[in-house]
Design a protein around this ligand. Sequence first.
Ligand SMILES: [Zn+2]
Length: 468
Amino acid sequence: MTVLGVHVVQGPRDKYGDFLKQLADAGKHVVVYALDDPAPLREAKEVLGDAAALTVLRYDKLRDADGEQQDLQGVNPERFGHDAAAAARHYMDRCLPVWEDHRDAADFFGTTNEWSNFSPFQHAFHAACMDIAEARGFKLALYAFSSGNPPEEFVGEDFVANCRRMKARGHVLSVHEYGLVESGRLRDGVPFHAQRVAHLYQAVLAPRAADPDCIVTEFAFGGGLYDPDTFLDNVRWYTENVLRRYSFIVGGTIFTLGNWQGGAANFQDKLIDLANYITSLPDAAPDDPLIQPPFVYPTVSQPPRAVERTASSFELGSPVRGIPFRITDPFDTPRPYANGKHEGIDIRCFDFVNNRAVEILAPADGTVVVARRDDTPERDYGNFVILKHRDGFFSLLAHLASMAVEAGQTVRRGDVLGVGGKTDADAIHLHLTLLHADGLTGYYTHPLSPVSRVLNPTPFFDPSLLEE
Ligand SMILES: [Zn+2]
């Protein structure tokens, strides 16, 4: 059963209380989405009761501790050096203190708004947001795709993994629908966004047990502008022909009550008509969807595009002192563990002339994130170090006999990290994994690693090393 309700921005909502009261008297449920102001959510909970009011809160603007206003519509990866986990921490650090005050008002907290690019960064960002939210007991309304989205290239394994997690952990997918119309009437426009999302559910998400509940957190007609003469007609058409026919849609909020664009979209004069319409709806949903969507999503199998080395980009120096740089086992060779692929390269770190292991050096400037013995059950890495470099790159160096650095320490390229060895390995060698938020999925990464995507490190080494 799809529950109908309203999307509220700050501004006048004089008849909102009457609207809620009418639904409460009829024993109906309501879904309310509020932007920046939690008051309408709290009011819905008070009038209808907690269980009968499904509520979503999203902040568009919040102020920093120093008073600077933060735009939370989306996140530019460049600003965070493509480090999605850092971006998520920055974002959630601003949201969480405010969210804490409104746990009673909101069932779900919206993250970004109509932010439908930056794959795979965005998927990593939302996964990191879920990490943080789940640790604090918040449920999220994620993605908020605008009309016509998500784009097909956005729908990959990492998106499916996020959706599967959303379903398992009780988060919801948020989508918007403005019908792609030109005439101002929703029903004149095809294809409909909800059908595109319906196809996404049918062809991609449901077969993979990755179909979270969906709330259409904004719907209206073309351009989002309110026309009082066609308002209810459009709401009725969309509700009966689309919203109530897709079981994955649990709620739809009609845009908008309040002062959006100076009140250009505020249907509060029609609120009682809307309440009458909602109370007249039978609880049972109509039969199958009327129209089959024309979209075809590609098979979800292709890995996201990996970062490529450019002339100006990040470069690795030799991580071994006093001996030639030699790769003894390249990236991606078969392995008996995890996804069956070598998640980095092995590098010679033994000096055969002097019959001893050599010192291991920082391959680039950075900060030590981890320097410890691998105590996970698999114990893959022995003594290992993770360095955080610029532009979102991380390197992991493993199997050291001893370590000379500690977490938090700053290192320059060529600084000594320790001595090479074979801790948790059969023979003396240095294992090196390069990680980046835009790297490849499907490779083993250590649970302590801040990012989980690996790159083939070979092209990132100083070319003169590879020629030796
Ligand atoms: Zn290795």
